[in-house]
Design a protein around this ligand. Structure first.
Ligand code: EPZ
Length: 418
């Protein structure tokens, strides 16, 4: 297994390009199942997770070609209806084929994803959506079997809790249902808006996306489209925190700063200089950050996917800060690894108290999930000596050439092939 050796102490200075968003690309790719025409996703991020989705869709009959930073996708022959466990267990977002398969084929057999490192992550809300639109759902041998013999009928769906994935599955199944569907309590993440905008380009009738109430009027069929994947706010936020940590001056080639307002506000509160330019954001660290409390919550509040990275910043703060993780029940696995490097953190349930320290000492640490592993890389950038982050396949799931982008700004990171 590959690992990263990080020699700490360099400040980051320079320009970092931001790729298309992983968490937008994954549902967008599933739209290829909803049309017989070609779907082109420009700015498609070539990551382990998006390659896994490509493999799954190929098994279902979608042919794809990656050229000039775009993925061209088109159904080629019969459409399969089964997403098997061996693929779904590797990439839980595979559950996002459930809606499109049901909408297109009237039936689907998708493995239950099972839990992952950060939590049990049930899919009961996805199932609730399909049943509300008239599908018959049975759970058998670890699979979700969905069937809508008489088609799908629009309905009023109320989400008791915000779910990004269930909102995405609801959008993808409702666009071909008969009549109107109202999603109340819908997720408002930019990736939802991006998905809705691509569906509208394909001929879907959707309004209210980006708010907590989305209205979909079903249509008979959808065309192909060409769509640019929204830039990755989590990647951009990760590099913004890297600049803040190292006391450097970094300009992100990123033109959606409004998607990062919750983070930007907290960075400014911590004494970091953030300036918004034309199609860019510039972050300048100014010595030790001030302690700042955060609570993760659905968009537009502070994203859970930046919690581990922000904690790496607060490890060095000049004081004590509190982090409350309200989305996932086990998203503090970076804590024991940061403590091995000398961080002073105590955890009780979903709350962490971080007593800032002046320095960390590099050490061998273990990556456990995508965002926890990148927080260890960030800590390694400023730790004394060398930090070795093992199991970095977690990183490769969601970051495109991370070490290349950081080294181009002065970091000293080496990938050791294992
Ligand atoms: C998406 O996961 C993202 N993944 C996650 O990013 C992100 O952390 C999460 O949204 C929250 O923003 C992708 O988009 C591929 P949820 P998703 O459904 O859709 C519970 C990363 O690091 N829930 O909004 O799975 C669930 O357990 C990844 O890039 C149910 O109880 O998240 C969680 O506690 C990690 N029942 C909460 O809702 C359900 O049916 C939010 O989950 C669905 C979810």
């Amino acid at each position: 297994m590959d690992k990263l050796n990080i020699v700490g102490g360099n400040t980051l200075n320079g320009v970092i390009p931001i790729s298309g968003a992983k968490n937008a690309a994954l549902p967008l790719m599933c739209l290829a199942l909803l049309t017989d025409e070609t779907l082109v996703l420009e700015g498609w991020p070539d990551l382990a997770d998006t390659q896994s989705m490509r493999d799954l869709l190929q098994n279902l009959g979608v042919k794809s070609q990656h050229s000039n930073d775009a993925l061209h996708m088109r159904i080629d022959g019969a459409i399969g209806i089964e997403a098997s466990y061996d693929i779904v267990r590797k990439m839980r977002a595979s559950i996002l084929v459930l809606g499109p398969l049901l909408a297109r084929m009237g039936k689907a057999k998708v493995s239950l994803p099972g839990g992952c490192a950060i939590g049990t992550r049930p899919v009961d809300l996805h199932i609730m959506v399909m049943e509300k639109l008239g599908a018959i759902i049975t759970l058998e041998d670890g699979y979700v079997l969905a069937e809508a013999k008489h088609g799908l009928i629009g309905n009023h769906i109320y989400f008791p809790m915000v779910s990004v994935g269930a909102t995405e599955n609801a959008l993808m199944v409702a666009v071909l249902a008969q009549g109107q569907t109202v999603l109340e309590g819908a997720a408002q993440e930019p990736e939802i808006t991006d998905l809705a905008e691509c569906l509208i380009a394909m001929g879907a009738k959707i309004s209210g996306h980006g708010t907590n109430t989305i209205i979909i009027d079903g249509v008979d069929q959808l065309t192909g489209a060409k769509h640019k994947v929204v830039p990755d706010r989590i990647e951009a936020g990760t590099f913004a925190i890297a600049a803040a940590l190292t006391g450097g001056h970094v300009t992100l080639q990123y033109d959606r700063p409004e998607h990062l307002a919750a983070l930007t506000d907290k960075l400014i509160e911590a004494g970091i200089d953030v300036s918004i330019g034309d199609n860019s954001m510039t972050i300048s660290g100014q010595g030790r950050p001030q302690p700042v409390d955060i609570t993760t919550a659905p968009y537009p509040d502070f994203p859970t996917d930046l919690q581990a990275q922000f904690m790496a910043l607060m490890v060095f703060a000049d004081g004590t800060s509190n982090i409350d993780e309200t989305i996932f029940e086990n998203r503090f696995m970076h804590v024991p690894e940061l403590m091995r490097m000398g961080a002073d953190i105590s955890v009780a349930g979903g709350s962490a108290i971080i007593h800032g320290v002046e320095r960390l000492i590099g050490a061998p640490v273990m990556a456990t999930d995508l965002r926890a592993s990148v927080s260890l890389v960030l800590a390694g950038l400023v730790a004394q000596g060398t930090t070795t982050v093992q199991r970095i396949y977690h990183l490769d799931r969601g970051y495109y050439r991370l070490e290349e982008k950081l080294n181009a700004c002065g970091a000293d990171i080496t990938r050791i092939k294992g």
